[in-house]
Write a protein of this length. Structure first.
Length: 255
């Protein structure tokens, strides 16, 4: 991480930030937030990223879209290489994720294996490729987990398992990379309004139910996750590592 004064601890000017899942939702909000703060953001997604390019166009930093399916090891290697070609990698943010809902009796094949590939194996592979670069910069890792890594949710065996696994991966990375000054943390969002959750947000009964589960009595916005991601990635959180921060409006901890 570039050395800087405390007053500019929220600046990422001169830093390269690699983010996955930047085509929409929380990933796009993270790209915008880092670019606002001066970073060169390299964003990998399998979907078209032109809206994210547009959202970052007027900002201080840059956004460079890369076509990448994070379950493809060759694409992951190319994505990390693209970021490293800027001369450094300071931050890696694993956002790309999928959710599948399926009863346990039929919860095989697609929901289980695909969830593992996208939500857990891909972040592992990305960090494995990026680790040498992160050690050089004493960089930071932020993984986007979920409250479902900590609280149970029916019919989400694969999703919940991958997110609990991601929390474990985060702690292991903090332990292994800490001596080189690399910090690894996670955020665990509650209900955030994105294309992923649109089917629930657009259903009045479901929307009311999820709203009522949060102490703040509302759903969350992608920018509210991005703010915590940038906090954890930057010098303002310089003594925080191995932590998973709930960003859930008080859903998992408050009755
Ligand atoms: P979203 O579905 O709106 O966006 C996910 C992005 O990841 C998309 O741009 C998609 O193309 C990309 N992606 C998925 N699979 C990919 C692959 N194989 N290769 C490359 N890109 C891929 O989802 P949202 O809501 O923005 O979620 C982002 C992350 O936040 C996910 O990891 C999700 O599990 C997590 N999360 C979201 C919550 C919510 O309420 N929206 C709650 C808790 C966690």
């Amino acid at each position: 991480m570039t050395t800087r004064e405390t007053a500019s601890a929220l600046s990422f000017a001169g830093d390269t930030v690699l983010i996955t899942g930047t085509a929409r939702g929380i990933g796009r909000a993270c790209a915008v937030r880092f670019a606002e703060r001066g970073a060169t953001v390299v964003g990998g997604d399998r979907l078209d990223q032109s809206e994210t390019v547009g959202a970052c166009a007027e900002l201080t930093g840059d956004f460079e879209p890369v076509d990448a399916d994070v379950t493809d090891p060759a694409a992951v290697a190319a994505l990390v290489e693209h970021a490293a070609d800027t001369g450094r990698i300071d931050v890696v943010v694993n956002v790309a994720g999928i959710v599948a809902r399926e009863p346990i009796e039929t919860h095989d094949g697609e929901p289980w294996a695909r969830s593992m590939d996208v939500n857990l194996t891909a972040p592992f592979r990305i960090v494995r490729e990026a680790a040498p670069h992160l050690r050089e910069t004493s960089g930071t890792i932020v993984n986007v987990s979920s409250i479902y890594g900590q609280i149970g949710a029916a019919e989400r065996a694969g999703y919940a398992s991958t997110k609990a696994g991601l929390d474990g991966l985060t702690r292991a990375l903090a332990a292994e990379l800490g001596t080189d000054g690399v910090r690894a943390n996670a955020v665990a969002p509650g209900f955030i309004e994105t294309p992923m959750t649109a089917p629930y947000a657009e259903d009045d009964a479901a929307r009311e139910r999820f709203r009522g589960l949060a102490a703040l009595d509302r759903l969350g916005e992608p920018t509210e996750v991005a703010s915590v991601v940038t906090f954890l990635a930057g010098d303002a959180a310089s003594f925080v590592t191995g932590e998973t921060v709930l960003v859930d409006g008080g859903r998992a901890t408050v009755e």
